[in-house]
Design a protein around this ligand. Structure first.
Ligand SMILES: C[S@@+](CC[C@H](N)C(=O)[O-])C[C@H]1O[C@@H](n2cnc3c(N)ncnc32)[C@H](O)[C@@H]1O
Length: 311
């Protein structure tokens, strides 16, 4: 389906009701009822910098009780999507490899599993797979399944489980020396495959959500954060950084969605810039463990903001 030509009506047909999804939601409700911690199936298939799993229990109080479709314009590893498992959803990210991987899990999970089983957790083999994007012509000859399989394999076996590319878009994380990394979690991939059945995946920038968002939809933004210190300026998920102008463009989108009557939530760092930009909205404080910091002594809890409009 070409998402650019999607109208709201065809989207509704595309995102129809689904028994399996309803079953998942029932399991989820049951888990919440018993106040269990997060033992979700499916769970994120990639480790992603800025992943929200550790914050879900704090965020839980702020999610809207009811909403129509769910839209996540910076989906990354998708921790919140996998937690909420909404009936209808649109997931967007500017990272082409990431969206290709979601698409392959959705459309061709059995070939993906076959391909993942061929990988080996060996240093020389890892660097051979990693080097495939050094020659763009050769890289483009890889099938989408093999590209997705490479993305998952590298993410699971690399140092610290990162996704990071250099300015040429080449994956540049060294080998991780994990003893037994789970790069082919067949059961989880099949669960994700089912969960994605009625989800529209879009490789585009966050503004794309404006084409789809309507009153009572829930939109969650988890952009690259405004850096709070020099050591924290990690924004290289893709080629190019996410600067102040992008944060301002994002604010304009937030405001536009608020005016449409959407339920809008946004995570960012606790920084003067963000506090000032969103001052007309509710600014809630969360505490996160710092995962990536070059200075090991600073791995304490840091403040983050979770901004909501009225819902
Ligand atoms: C903080 S991460 C999201 C983490 C995610 N919530 C999770 O739990 O894993 C930010 C994501 O935004 C994406 N991104 C960066 N610039 C973007 C843009 N202009 N439009 C859409 N996505 C963008 C990156 O590729 C990355 O996946």
């Amino acid at each position: 389906m070409n998402e650019k030509s999607l109208t709201q009506k065809s989207l509704q047909n595309f995102l129809g009701k689904d028994d399996e999804k309803i079953q998942y939601l029932d399991i989820k409700k049951e888990q919440n009822r018993k106040k269990k911690t997060i033992v979700d199936v499916p769970k994120p298939f990639l480790k992603w910098v800025g992943g929200k799993r550790q914050l879900i229990l704090q965020m839980n109080d702020y999610f809207p009780k009811e909403f129509n479709k769910y839209i996540e314009p910076f989906v990354g590893g998708g921790a919140i999507f996998f937690y909420l498992l909404p009936e209808t959803a649109i997931l967007i990210d500017v990272n082409k490899e990431l969206i290709n991987t979601y698409n392959i899990i959705k459309n061709n999970v059995s070939e993906l599993i076959k391909s993942l089983k061929n990988h080996k957790n060996e240093k020389d083999y890892y660097y051979e797979v990693r080097s495939k994007d050094r020659n763009p012509e050769e890289y483009n000859k890889l099938s989408d399944v093999n590209k997705a399989s490479r993305t998952i394999y590298l993410n699971r076996c690399c140092f610290n489980g990162l996704y990071r590319v250099n300015s040429k878009g080449q994956f540049n994380v060294p080998f991780g020396t994990y003893r037994n990394p789970k790069f082919c979690d067949e059961e989880n991939l099949v669960s994700i495959h089912k969960a994605l059945k009625n989800v529209l995946l879009i490789n585009d920038s966050f503004e794309k959500c404006l084409d789809f968002a309507e009153k009572d939809d829930f939109i969650y933004f988890d952009p690259p954060y405004v850096p709070i210190s020099r050591s924290a300026n990690f924004t290289s998920y893709t080629k190019g950084d996410f600067g102040k102008e992008d944060q301002i463009r994002l604010f304009d989108v937030y405001k536009n969605l608020d005016e449409r009557g959407c339920k809008v939530m946004l995570s960012n760092s606790y920084s003067d810039f963000i506090l000032d930009l969103y001052k007309e909205y509710q600014i809630n404080i969360l505490y996160a463990k710092r995962a990536i910091n070059s200075d090991g002594s600073k791995r304490g809890k840091i403040k983050e903001v979770l901004i909501t409009n009225s819902f």
